[in-house]
Design a binder for this molecule. Structure first.
Ligand code: ZN
Length: 323
């Protein structure tokens, strides 16, 4: 009790504050999402996400070298095919866009997580194969299995299914194992909410659904306990890592998951979170330190790994400080 106890003693100077800091941000625990578009011949600015680009296979080479230089260890790859069809068949084309993009990063020593979904690949923009207007679960998960094998064949280090189909982790695990990829881990987008924060991403990944929305497969933002059921299911199906997406509006879910599960916990800070902060920074309503603070809040809530569009910028800042 005061005056014996003075909490301000441990805030006296920078070294002291760092010494007792409970949470730290390590770039090796962060992942940079990267978009590769087959129809581009050079990189292209994404209008809805300031400072973020879609890459061509060519421009991806220099970009991979740049990320390596910054000390970034992991990317999450999204492929955007030139041709889309109702079955999303480009997703498992062995010469497809993501399959060709993986080695570009691998060869430079960067770990590659491949997003596994079909919304970038289907002409209707839904995350699976339709029966009428409904995404057919069981047919879709078998296709996910095929895609997983094709991504693993191209050299992906980690497969990250994001479609929110029931049983997707189980099917993917089966397909990977029977194809000799028993050592390729699955990072499951376990609790992916049907969120308005994905808006800017849909331009980036050209993946907006042409009709309806994703509420029959993605989660209702009102539900927290259901997220624990989703995670339990993925864990039982063999997920190696579990994910909550988005991050900032869902810090309570990250905390609950941290307390209940011992798996490495991933949080995806999505395009809308990025762009909200970016707008405020660019217009000088907020100081750039909000980037560190918001990322810190996600780690403090309990995430082990954060996927963020700020990863590159944060690595640049750290590099500047150490140079
Ligand atoms: Zn999708």
């Amino acid at each position: 009790m005061y005056p014996n106890m003075r909490l301000r003693r441990l805030r006296l100077n920078e070294n002291m504050r760092e010494l007792v800091s409970e949470t730290s941000i390590g770039i090796s625990h962060m992942v940079m999402p990267v978009f590769i578009d087959e129809s581009l011949s050079d990189k292209r600015k994404i209008e809805s996400m300031s400072g973020i680009y879609q890459h061509s296979l060519n421009s991806a080479e220099a970009y991979a070298a740049h990320l390596k230089e910054l000390g970034i260890k992991w990317v999450l790859l999204f492929g955007i095919p030139k041709i889309k069809d109702a079955e999303g068949s480009e997703a498992y084309n062995e010469d497809g866009i993501i399959q060709r993009a993986v080695p570009i990063f691998r060869e430079r020593g960067i770990g590659v997580i491949t997003d596994l979904c079909m919304c970038e690949y289907t002409s209707h923009g839904h995350c699976g194969i339709l029966k009428g207007n409904y995404v057919d679960n069981d047919f879709t998960v078998n296709t996910y299995g095929r895609i997983a094998v094709s991504q693993a064949q191209s050299g992906a280090d980690i497969i990250a299914p994001s479609g929110m189909m029931d049983g997707q982790v189980k099917k993917i695990r089966e397909y990977l194992d029977k194809s000799g990829f028993e050592n390729v881990p699955v990072m499951a987008y376990s609790a992916k909410y049907s969120s308005s924060l994905y808006g800017p991403f849909r331009e980036a990944a050209k993946s907006a659904p042409s009709f309806g929305d994703r509420r029959t497969y993605q989660m209702n933002p009102a539900n927290g306990r259901e997220a624990m059921r989703e995670i339990t299911m993925d864990v039982e199906e063999g997920a190696d890592m579990i994910m909550i997406k988005p991050a900032l509006f869902y810090l309570d879910i990250i905390r609950q998951a941290r307390e209940r599960f011992d798996h490495p916990l991933v949080a995806y800070s999505v395009s809308g979170e990025y762009q909200m902060l970016k707008n405020a920074i660019d217009r000088k309503f907020l100081n750039e330190s909000v980037i560190e603070e918001s990322t810190l809040s996600i780690f403090r809530a309990g995430a082990d790994i954060v996927i963020s569009y700020f990863t590159e910028h944060m690595a640049e800042e750290r590099k500047k400080r150490s140079d």
